[in-house]
Design a protein around this ligand. Structure first.
Ligand SMILES: Cc1cc2nc3c(=O)[nH]c(=O)nc-3n(C[C@H](O)[C@H](O)[C@H](O)COP(=O)(O)OP(=O)(O)OC[C@H]3O[C@@H](n4cnc5c(N)ncnc54)[C@H](O)[C@@H]3O)c2cc1C
Length: 299
């Protein structure tokens, strides 16, 4: 990352919201369910599957969690009626994790019950380290009733991930493995790029070798190659893993993975609450300054 990119990355909170919106629009399908459906049809036509996230997090009011549940129920029905090859991803703090764990579990159960009825699937995203234990508890609770219809996420930047993999393996889990996007303290998270990669590969291989379903979520070509090599070496069936990428990131890599014969799922977020998600995506964009300056000049 150039010095200029570094400056913009650390100055992002001061970039006007209108500019953030313009630059980040590639990462978000739009504000409405119709926008998400349009993007999913496009992904399906390209041969990719989808997972849809209704944007929103850190909700502190019960009424808002109820609204989120009904948005997800509508979304599941819409996916079904449109015949889309897609499932959903949820954020526990949008469904009440920071209000009350039982409330969150009830909300998530309602969504997963409906997904299971429809033969669909719910991925519980992993948020920052203040949520890790509660999210894994939530996953175990829901998994008891619906062992096939729910999965969770582990982050290779966390020291604890190898232990979490060992704890979850007896459940025959469905795990999305990613590096992790939140800023975490050094005491609990690796900072070195190569160590995070090594931890990703170690845990991905462990999960694959021991029978878990693995979502290999990365745009890092080194890890994509490691994933391809691992499924080949371990002779993992095509329906026991998938690659996953975010909307708006490296469509060329998407084609490379698909044309090599692997399944690939694109994470498609939509909704009005786009700002925190967009800021995280912009911060990890390696050429962020270029995009921000171009958007400012285009005003
Ligand atoms: C499907 C999916 C779901 C995810 N779910 C979670 C989750 O639940 N919890 C969580 O903490 N994290 C999640 N993440 C984010 C993940 O943890 C990483 O922060 C993110 O994927 C970047 O890591 P990377 O492996 O792609 O490697 P990086 O080294 O960050 O990126 C590799 C290359 O990808 C390109 N790239 C990456 N990001 C961008 C961008 N924003 N814009 C343009 N180019 C980019 C660049 O060329 C970069 O060099 C998810 C990621 C994916 C793909």
């Amino acid at each position: 990352m150039s010095f200029f990119d570094y400056l913009v990355k650390h100055g992002m909170p001061w970039v006007p919201k209108a500019i953030v919106s313009r630059v980040a629009s590639r990462y978000v399908a739009g504000e409405s369910i119709d926008d998400a459906v349009r993007t999913l049809h496009q992904m399906n036509r390209e041969g990719a599957m989808g997972t849809v996230d209704v944007l929103g997090e850190e909700v502190r009011e019960r009424a808002k969690t109820e609204r989120a549940v009904s948005q997800y129920l509508d979304l599941l029905d819409r996916i079904e009626t449109e015949g889309l090859n897609a499932n959903i991803s949820i954020k526990p703090t949008m469904l009440g994790l920071k209000i009350d764990e039982d409330l969150c579990a009830d909300n998530v159960s309602t969504v997963v019950d409906r997904a299971a009825e429809l033969g669909s699937f719910v991925r519980i995203d992993m948020e920052d380290h203040t949520c890790t234990d509660a999210t894994l508890r939530l996953y175990r609770r829901i998994h008891e009733a619906h062992p096939i219809a729910v999965g969770v996420v582990l982050q290779s930047y966390l020291h604890r991930t190898t232990a979490d993999v060992a704890d979850l393996l007896p459940l025959n889990p469905n795990i999305r493995m990613c590096k992790g996007i939140y800023r975490e303290p050094r005491a609990i998270a690796w900072e070195d790029f190569e160590t995070i990669r090594a931890n990703f590969i170690y845990n991905m291989e462990k999960l694959l070798a021991e029978g878990a379903y693995v979502g290999i979520a990365t745009h890092d070509p080194h890890l994509v190659w490691a994933g391809m090599a691992a499924v080949d070496r371990l002779q993992i069936d095509r329906d026991r893993y998938e690659f996953q990428m975010l909307l708006g990131v490296d469509s060329e890599l998407r084609s490379i993975i698909l044309s090599a014969g692997h399944r690939l799922r694109v994470y498609v977020p939509y909704g009005r609450d786009w700002y925190p998600y967009s800021m995280r995506r912009l911060r990890e964009n390696p050429t962020i300054a270029h995009h921000v300056v171009r958007a400012m000049l285009a005003r």
